[in-house]
Design a protein around this ligand. Structure first.
Ligand code: 5GP
Length: 280
């Protein structure tokens, strides 16, 4: 038994080691991900970390297994989006924590899509938490940690050239709604309400094509169980609700990404106990 676990771990270390050898220089390190140069021009390797942050970095921790789950969940969603004609930066998943991606110049704007009012929307405007919106609401925020990602308007985006032209901005909004449509259906089918989520878009470094970038995972979405309204997303970390990895695992299981019996959390060995061997 112990031998099997050791072999598994050894295989993982070897894979990790080989994947590190294939990576180019580090291009960017964010709160939850690192981007390295990829093997070919215009490609990158997106590495998912276990680090969790909230409230503009005021709260920080490591959640073992989160990176592995986000890598798998985001791969699943972006692959499905690619299949329905929504262009994304994902080329393929490489290993437990990494994806091969097309490098993009990302617009410094977060596109937030909301179906149910909660989070910063309810705080800002005093709307009752859980209010179902009559249609999806799109908000924009300026990606700037020093300013705390402030909410901005379409006019700010165009005036300051964060997205260069109104046609591109309209196209992005259209894609946000298409992605919301698709994801709402996908999550509904497995008993999950898609409450809200954040998207990032950019243009490919190679051919300037507009595409969805970053990730879509329980780190970037709010996901509530349909019947119990149990939170299955990063709010478990933000609000100290516990069982973060278990909730992300639940999302992955329901989407059919991991098997019923899978357990992403690390294998923990107890302290070795002294064994008295009786002499015959
Ligand atoms: P809120 O504006 O209510 O805090 O967030 C709305 C939605 O966008 C939530 O699903 C939240 O997870 C996501 N979101 C907004 N900003 C960020 C961000 O900077 N990082 C991550 N991971 N998600 C964000």
């Amino acid at each position: 038994m112990t031998l099997t676990i050791t072999q598994k771990k050894l295989t993982l270390y070897i894979r990790e080691f080989l994947s590190r050898m294939n990576k180019g220089k580090k291009l960017y390190e964010g709160k939850a991900k690192i981007i390295y140069e990829g093997p070919e021009k215009g490609t990158g390797i997106q590495h998912f970390k276990d680090d969790a942050t909230a409230f503009n970095n005021l709260k920080k921790s490591t959640v073992e297994g989160k990176g592995v789950l986000n890598n798998r969940i985001s791969e699943h969603i972006l692959n499905n989006l690619n299949q329905i004609g929504v262009k994304t930066h994902l080329i393929k998943r490489l290993n437990m924590r990494e994806q091969l991606i097309k490098l993009c110049n990302i617009f410094p704007v977060e596109f937030i899509v909301r179906n149910i009012a909660t989070g910063s929307l309810t705080k800002r405007l005093g709307i009752a938490d859980g209010t179902v919106l009559s249609k999806p609401l799109i908000e924009f925020s300026y990606k700037n940690d020093d300013l705390g990602d402030p909410v901005i308007s379409r006019e700010h985006i165009l005036e300051f050239g964060w997205v260069k032209d109104p046609i591109t901005l309209d196209l992005i909004i259209e894609r946000c709604l298409r992605i919301n449509d698709f994801m709402q259906g996908m999550f509904r089918g497995v008993g999950i309400k898609l409450v809200d989520f954040k998207l990032e878009f950019g243009r490919s470094n190679i051919d300037n094509e507009l595409m969805l970038a970053d990730e879509i995972s329980p780190d970037t979405c709010r996901l509530w169980d349909v019947s119990s309204e149990k939170k299955l997303d990063k709010d478990r970390f933000r609000k100290d609700l516990g069982n973060i990895v278990q909730a992300y695992q639940e999302v992955a299981r329901r989407l059919g990404i991991i098997h019923e019996e899978s357990n992403i959390s690390s294998v923990k060995f107890g302290k070795p106990k002294a064994v008295n061997i009786k002499k015959k």
